[in-house]
Every structure is written in C-alpha cells, then in structure tokens.
Design a protein around this ligand. Structure first.
Ligand SMILES: C[S@@+](CC[C@H](N)C(=O)[O-])C[C@H]1O[C@@H](n2cnc3c(N)ncnc32)[C@H](O)[C@@H]1O
Length: 251
C-alpha cells in the first residue's frame, strides 16, 4: 500500500494489483490511533474527517463527475435561453456539497440538498458553508406528505443526482420521489454507472429510466460517457451523465 500523508492522518489504498467490486472498495486510515479500514460506502465515517473525501476521491482517484454533469446541465440551461440564476435546484445524495459548489460556480441561484445521513449535512456546513440554501436529512422513500411538501415548497426547476444512484445508495423509488418534486419542463441531471442502464441491469434503474423515456416523462437533451474516477486498481470506472427535461407524460 502506498501511504498518503496529511497533517491530520495517514491514508493508504490496496495495491493496484488487487481488484475489488466498486461497493467493496476500501482504504485504511490512521488518524493517530492506529490503522482502521473504511469501506468507500462508509460515508458517515469518511465525512467526519475534514478533507478526507476530497483527498481520496478527487486527488487520488481523480473523480470528475460533478464538473462533467454540471457543465452538461449549464450548457443545456443556457442553450434553452434560461438564466441559471433564476433556477431552484434540488440536489439529492448531496454529500458534503461538492455538487452545490459546482452549481454555484455556474451561476445557479438556489440549491437545496437532501441526503440520508446527518454527517453529510454536517460536512457540507463545515466545509462549504452557504452553498446550500437549505439541507434536509431524510429518507426519500419514507417521506410523509407534510415533510415532502415542506422540502418542495416553492418547487424545483432542476434535480441533480451525482454519483449517488444504485450500489446501496439511492434506490429507484427515492429517485422517483425526488423527480416528483420537480416542475414539469424542469431539468434533470444525473450520473449513473454505464452498466446500470443496460439490459442485464439488476439495480432497477435501467427499467425506471427506460420507462420514463418511453412514457415521454423524460426528454433526453444530452448525454455523455466519461471516466467517473479510477478504481483502487487504478482501472477507469465509466459513468454516463444525462441531462433531460421532465415533461408531462403522454396519455
Ligand atoms: C458518492 S456520494 C456522492 C455525493 C455527492 N453527490 C458528490 O458527488 O460529491 C453518495 C451520497 O449519497 C447519499 N445517499 C445514499 N443513499 C441515499 C438515499 N437513500 N437518499 C439520499 N442520499 C443517499 C450518501 O449518504 C452519500 O452522501
């Protein structure tokens, strides 16, 4: 294992010769009390250490998802003659606010975050104060009507969901609930692992996205396949970024 040093911790990844499924990838971290293993999906633990998420995923594993999908979204919004400063964005699976920061850089006006764990909101507030107008810690599959209307009050013109679909993260039902909070003619910008959109997919997303496109509820505007990040084996992980508009489904 190659060891990365910061003033607050030592971090090491498995040897590149080891290969792990994406949902089993891990690193080891020493914050002064000995080495501890963290699965990449132990977001609560990762977010508690300031700078660790950025160091691991962005500096070492070269994640590109937030800028890639936010560029595609901004291009479609401006191409449609709209000013992003007037748009209200719901960012689902918001994490520690990297997507909100990218949206703000591109001029988006209002950004509301949703994540299932409190550590995500705490990290966003600690590391990127002010990028969210509001941030809700909720399970979108278990929302009562009052909470849903409180989150959606004022409505949303854009839904973003970046690097958070599938893999035990956001299930299709939660994505569906988020989509229902977006106005008709609003934008949807998401990233998803390329093979979750193929016929053999078992995550449920291929079926959901295909049915939304077939019913006309989503009109795809742009899409690109890109390198989301490197795996711990240093092999590229390819995702698809999609930008679409929510339309009234055909009768
Ligand atoms: C890989 S992180 C991506 C964070 C952020 N979108 C980014 O690109 O930096 C996935 C996030 O999805 C959140 N998440 C997982 N399951 C969720 C669910 N059911 N509802 C909302 N958020 C969820 C996790 O807590 C985590 O913060």
């Amino acid at each position: 294992m190659a060891v990365e040093r910061s003033s607050a911790y030592r971090l090491a990844l498995p040897e590149p010769t080891e290969s792990h499924e994406q949902d089993a990838e891990y690193c080891v971290l020493d914050t002064g009390e000995g080495w501890t293993e963290y699965r990449f999906h132990d977001y609560d633990a990762l977010y508690r250490v300031p700078g660790l998420y950025e160091n691991l995923f962005y500096e070492i594993l070269q994640c590109q998802s937030p800028p890639v999908v936010c560029d595609l979204l901004a291009e479609q919004v401006r191409g449609g003659g709209l000013d992003p400063s007037g748009l209200r964005v719901l960012d689902v699976g918001a994490g520690n606010g990297i997507v909100a920061e990218e949206l703000r850089t591109r001029g988006f006006g209002k950004v509301v975050g949703v994540d299932i764990i409190p550590e995500a909101r705490e990290a966003a507030t600690r590391d990127r104060p002010g990028v969210y107008d509001d941030y809700h810690v909720v399970d979108l599959t278990a929302l009562d009507d009052d909470r849903a209307s409180a989150i959606a009050s004022g409505g949303f013109d854009v839904l973003t969901c970046v690097a958070a679909l599938g893999f035990g993260d956001i299930p299709p039902a939660a994505f569906r609930a988020a989509l229902d909070m977006v106005a008709v003619d609003g934008f949807v910008a998401l990233t998803i692992r390329e093979d979750f959109l193929t016929d053999g997919d078992t995550s449920g997303f291929a079926g959901l996205i295909t049915s939304l496109l077939d019913s006309g509820e989503l009109e795809q505007l742009g899409s690109t396949v890109y390198r989301h990040r490197l795996a711990t084996s240093r092999a590229p992980l390819h995702y698809r970024a999609v930008v679409a508009r929510r339309r009234r489904p055909r009768a």
